[in-house]
Design a protein around this ligand. Structure first.
Ligand code: SAH
Ligand code: SF4
Length: 330
C-alpha cells in the first residue's frame, strides 16, 4: 500500500487525484448506492469529561435528558414504517444506564422488526458488552479517537488508549460488527499522528470506519483551537477508503459542521453511508457534541428528512438505499 512518506505527501500536496481514486474504489465495491442509517441520541448524560466534547460532564449549559425505552421503541416503530433497516443507539456514558433493561429493549425491538441495531455507548464492562450482544445487538461503534496515547490520555481524562483498544478487541471477539476511527485534527496532533491513525485503522480490520474533523465547541476547554482544513480532512477520508475498500464509511455530520456541503463532499471522496438523526427535536438541541449540527436534525418529520437526504445524495450522483447494510467482511 502507501509508505508513510507517501501518505504524508498526499496529505500535504494540493491535488485531487486521491479524492477521485477514493470515489472510484467506493463505486467499484458499492456502485452508486449510499446506505441510510438512523441514529437516536438517547441520553446526553455522561460521566466523562473528554476535553473536545460538548456533552462532557462539566458542561453545565445544557439540559440533561434520557429518552425512555418506551419512546425509543416508538421512534423505531415509526422509522421501520419508512423502511429504514438500521438504527444506531448512541449516548454519553450514562452511569444510570440499566444494562439489563436495555438488553430487554433490544430483544423487544429485534423480535418485532427486521432491523440491525448498532450501539455506541462508550466504555462498558466485558460482561455488559456480552449481555447486549446476546440480547441481539448487531454492531458497536467505539472510536479510538487518536493513535497517540499521550494525547489520548490528556483529552480523555481517567482513560487510556490501551484500555480503549482492549475494548475494541473485546467487541470483535464477542462477534459484533465493529466500527472505530479517529477525530481528524485534534489539538496536539500533527501529520505524523494522522499517518499512525491510518495505520491503526487498517490494522484493526474494521467493519465500519468513522472519521471526521475536530469541531471546537464553545463550552469546552478546546473552544479556541481551530478545526482542520476541509481538504486535508477529505484526503484523509479518501486514504481510509483506498486502504479499506470493503469497510462501511459514513459521511459524518462533522463534515457539514466544518463546511457547507461537507457531507456531500465526503460522499464524493469515498464515503458510502449517510446517517439520519431521528432523535426527536426537543432532545436533539441538547445533544451538541460539537457546534454547528446539521439543520436536518431539527426537521420534525421523517418524510422531510428523508427527502432532503435523498436529494443531497442524488446531487452527488448516488442513490439512497435502505438495506440492512451488513458488513462485507463477515
Ligand atoms: N460516549 C460515546 C459515544 C458518543 S460520542 C463515546 O465517547 O464513544 C461520539 C463521537 O463523537 C466520539 O467518538 C467522537 O469521535 C465524536 N466527537 C466528540 N466531540 C467531537 C468534536 N468536538 N469534534 C468532532 N467529533 C467529536
Ligand atoms: Fe462522554 Fe463520549 Fe462526549 Fe467523551 S466523547 S464526554 S465519553 S459523550
Amino acid at each position: 500500500m502507501f509508505s508513510k512518506t507517501e501518505i504524508k505527501e498526499i496529505l500535504t500536496q494540493g491535488n485531487d487525484e486521491i479524492l477521485i481514486k477514493g470515489l472510484k474504489i467506493k463505486k467499484k465495491i458499492f456502485g452508486d448506492e449510499i446506505l441510510l442509517r438512523g441514529i437516536i441520541e438517547f441520553s446526553n448524560r455522561c460521566r466523562r469529561n473528554c476535553l473536545y466534547c460538548g456533552i462532557r460532564a462539566s458542561n453545565k449549559f445544557l439540559k440533561r435528558y434520557r429518552i425512555s425505552h418506551e419512546e425509543i421503541f416508538e421512534i423505531i416503530k415509526n422509522i421501520h414504517h419508512y423502511g429504514i433497516k438500521t438504527v444506531v443507539l448512541q449516548s454519553g456514558e450514562d452511569v444510570k444506564h440499566d444494562i439489563k433493561k436495555l438488553g430487554k429493549l433490544i430483544e423487544k425491538i429485534k423480535s418485532n422488526f427486521e432491523i440491525a441495531i448498532t450501539l455506541s455507548l462508550g466504555d462498558l464492562k466485558k460482561e455488559e458488552y456480552r449481555y447486549l450482544k446476546d440480547s441481539g445487538a448487531d454492531r458497536y461503534l467505539l472510536k479510538f479517537e487518536t493513535s497517540n496515547g499521550e494525547i489520548f490520555e490528556k483529552l480523555r481524562p481517567k482513560t487510556t488508549l490501551k484500555d480503549r483498544l482492549k475494548n475494541i478487541y473485546i467487541l470483535k471477539e464477542l462477534g459484533y460488527e465493529v466500527g472505530s476511527g479517529n477525530i481528524i485534527g485534534l489539538p496536539g496532533t500533527d501529520l505524523n499522528t494522522l499517518v499512525e491513525d491510518l495505520i491503526l485503522i487498517k490494522n484493526l480490520n474494521l467493519d465500519m470506519i468513522g472519521v471526521g474533523p475536530f469541531i471546537p465547541h464553545k463550552k469546552t476547554p478546546l473552544k479556541n483551537f481551530s478545526p482542520p482544513d476541509i481538504y486535508l480532512s477529505l484526503k484523509f477520508l479518501s486514504l481510509v477508503r483506498i486502504m479499506n475498500p470493503l469497510s462501511h464509511i459514513p459521511a459524518t455530520t462533522s463534515f457539514d459542521a466544518l463546511k457547507k456541503d461537507g457531507r456531500l463532499k465526503a460522499l464524493k471522496a469515498g464515503a458510502n453511508v449517510i446517517m439520519m438523526d431521528i432523535t426527536p427535536p426537543i432532545y436533539s438541541s441538547n445533544y451538541e457534541i460539537y457546534n454547528g449540527k446539521s439543520v436536518i436534525s431539527y426537521f420534525k418529520n421523517i418524510d422531510e428528512k428523508l427527502k432532503t437526504l435523498e436529494k443531497m445524495v442524488k446531487s452527488g450522483g448516488g442513490v439512497l438505499v435502505k438495506n440492512i447494510g451488513k458488513s462485507l467482511k463477515k
